[in-house]
Write a new protein. Sequence first.
Length: 234
Amino acid sequence: MAKQKLNKVTSYRKSRAEIVTSCAGLFVLIFVVIEVGCKAAAGPRPSLNESAALVTYMSSFSSWILGSVIADTFVIASMTVFLAGLLVLAYSKLHRITMAMIAGALFAIIYATITLFGDSFDAGSALNATQSIGDANVIRTLIEAHIVVFGPVGGIVLAFLSIAFAILIIESRLLPHAVAVAGFIVAALNIIAIPALFGVYHAWNNNIALLALVSCVAWVVLSSVALLFRRYNH
């Protein structure tokens, strides 16, 4: 009787972990939509060479920019819960720690840290512009730092993060292999997108970078839905 009761408790906890993980992944999509809405409301940013226009833009749309920063903070918070949930669920199936788990956990922490730094740069540029006299040089420096952090650095980390979790999914059989394949595709797109940030692909630069971002969100949603509706043998 005691053993049956213990099994029921274990089963309940695993089911709850699956639901929390899936919901966290879906919240990523919700907050990304909010973030995109805030960025769309702010409109395109002037060139970094246009000092006066840059200060005016950041001052006029600082509320929307700060809104997108807050939304992105919730995105990374939801992403962290989602990835942590996958690690817990994978461990519950494997009953051992693998290199993919360690790599996934480390890259998740690094990516969360990078995102918070990038958001801080964005918020700092918006707050500077709200002062009586915005400093174009400070704003430009913060934006450039934001581009580097979210660009090549973020792309490399996200690529390795996707690879680690794709391997983990294959090892644990937590989700269908198609989800793991999608993770490898996300990694490839992020690697390909890195040169786009330096203008290598010319007219296709923005499209490739956007595709890498969209593919990552799509992978999270795909994983969440697959986890939510997967059959689990208790």
